[in-house]
Write a protein that binds this ligand. Structure first.
Ligand code: TXE
Length: 494
């Protein structure tokens, strides 16, 4: 079958790349190219930015009321809900996520557009109680300008919604650059902006390799801000390039999140939390609870139950309703995960489950890795320190609260953490002690359009979702109005 072709949108028109080249998108379940997207270069990036800049500075978007911006965002949310099944299927083919997960995600993504649609005309300045006579001083909150939104392959539509909805609510214009591995669902989404009524040029897309066009977008002097989700090495490079022109950044860079089980926890609930923390989306989530810290007195019980539960996971076709764990999204990522498994074995971690690729014939075409669990892991091992981004869990024992907090915080990252306990005092004290942007108690993986999300330490800068996120796309102007009839003599100091 001929691969489907998806197009970029620039200035309200669908387009190919200037050179007419295409990039293949491979289905991780079949290992075969199923679609093509434009292979853009710096010239395409330039055109998209100039278009976004023109739409920001003149034309209907520049003068549109915040209330009308909000209406467009809400209409877009409704269109995403209408097309949820189609968008979900595209992302499953492109990314290997389970259809069951994508169905739920596509029903939820519209909430971001509804929430920020509502927030658009509640962005308010203030009148200052001035300390000076006869002066009226007020603040205005203004958009930044052109935003470049760079997204990764692990959750293209959700992570794009987290950037687009607040950026547009604040009145910015956007150039979207999805991952070269998974651009198709983003390009399908782009088709909805015109139908929702967004003026041409407000949201534009370019597709291609990060090193080719990502860097060109980040460097461009007409870009005011880069909103990036991806690996920390790329994030650091984006940050350094953005610094050259003093651009704003939001960086969401993954983690090595501790999921901490105390002896007083409801153990069966904790086991379910451990499983969903690491095996959802085959462990390819920034919030993966990849370090399971277990109090020594319940270590054997918890490790045994987690292994037993993980053993029941059904690997298979992500389109099938019965499948519980899908493939790894990209071939390089599968290679990386398997290399980490070898590293863990060489470091002396005890492989309690999995540790390789499945042998069932229907799973050998795709890029699967078995759900893998290592016991007896020390926090000094690489498997406990570096982000694997796959279905690989490390179980680490601890003695008491102090040791749990020390191990949990002994990481360069700080995105999220889980705490499993039935002691309310311990829950609050530990939540205070953990250095992470999100702490879940007796649950894991909850996110919401209204809950600010982002990292401490090397996990990133800035917050997505919630009211905090709109601030990330605004700047404050302070206006001084002199009410005196006469300006005083500047040589007479007062
Ligand atoms: O991501 P990259 P990769 C982690 C995960 C994974 C590792 C590498 O551990 O194994 O990162 O993944 C664009 N200027 N996460 O290499 O490179 C690129 O085209 C501008 C965690 O696939 O970070 C893509 O659109 N942009 C993470 C986006 O950056 C550049 C999610 C992310 O790609 C660029 C994904 C450049 N110089 C991976 N180079 C999370 N936080 O959830 C690349 N890009």
């Amino acid at each position: 079958m001929e691969p489907a072709r998806y197009h970029n949108t620039v200035d309200g028109r669908t387009c190919e790349s200037a050179t007419g080249r295409w990039l293949q998108s491979v289905n991780p379940f079949t290992g075969e190219a199923w679609a093509e997207v434009p292979h853009c270069d710096a010239a395409d990036a330039e055109q998209a930015i100039e278009t976004a800049h023109a739409a920001f500075t003149r034309g209907p978007w520049a003068t549109m009321s915040a209330t009308n911006r909000g209406k467009l965002l809400r209409r877009l949310g409704d269109l995403i809900a209408r097309d949820a099944d189609k968008l979900a299927e595209i992302e499953v083919r492109d990314n290997g996520k389970l259809l069951a997960e994508m169905g739920a995600q596509l029903r939820y993504i519209p909430e971001w557009f509804h929430y920020y649609g509502g927030l658009a005309d509640k962005i308010e300045g203030a009148v200052l109680p001035s300390d000076k006579p006869n002066v009226f001083t007020y603040t205005k909150r203004e958009p930044l300008g052109v935003i470049v939104a760079i997204t990764p392959w692990n959750s293209p539509l959700l992570l794009l919604a987290w950037k687009l909805a607040p950026a547009l609510a604040a009145g910015n214009t956007v150039v979207v650059k999805p991952s070269e591995f998974t651009s198709c669902s983003t390009l399908a989404l782009m088709e909805l902006f015109a139908e929702a009524g967004f003026p041409a040029g407000v949201v534009n897309s370019v597709t291609g390799y990060g090193a080719e066009i990502g860097a060109a977008l980040v460097e461009h002097p007409l870009v005011s801000k880069v909103a990036f989700t991806g690996g920390d090495a790329t994030g650091a490079a984006v940050y350094a390039t953005a610094a050259k022109n003093i651009k704003h950044v939001t960086l969401e860079l993954g983690g090595k999140s501790p999921n901490i089980v105390f002896a007083d926890a409801n153990i069966d609930n904790a086991v379910k939390g451990a499983i969903s923390g690491i095996f959802a989306a085959s462990g390819q989530t920034c919030i993966a609870g990849s370090r399971l810290l277990v109090q020594r007195s319940v270590y054997d019980e918890v490790a045994g139950k987690v292994v037993d539960f993980a053993r029941t996971a059904r690997l298979g076709d992500p389109m099938a309703a019965t499948t519980q764990v899908g493939p790894i999204t990209t071939l390089p990522q599968r290679t990386k995960v398997l290399q980490y498994i070898d590293v863990a074995k060489a470091e002396g971690a005890d492989c309690l489950l999995g540790g390789g690729t499945p042998t069932a014939p229907e799973l050998t075409r795709g890029w699967f890795v078995e759900p893998t669990i290592f016991g007896g892991v020390s926090n000094a091992m690489r498997i406990a320190r570096e982000e694997v981004f796959g279905p690989v869990l490390s179980i680490i024992p601890f003695e008491d609260d102090d040791e749990a907090a020390t191990i949990a915080n002994d990481t360069i990252y700080g995105l999220a953490a889980g705490i499993w306990t039935s002691d309310i005092r311990r829950a609050h004290v530990m939540a205070d002690r953990i250095q992470a942007g999100t702490v879940w108690v007796n649950t894991y993986r909850a996110v919401s359009f209204m809950a600010p999300f982002g990292g401490y330490k090397r996990s990133g800068i800035g917050r997505e979702s919630g009211q905090d996120a709109v601030d990330e796309y605004l700047q404050t102007k302070c206006v001084w109005i002199n009410l005196d009839e006469e300006v005083p003599n500047p040589f007479v100091l007062r």
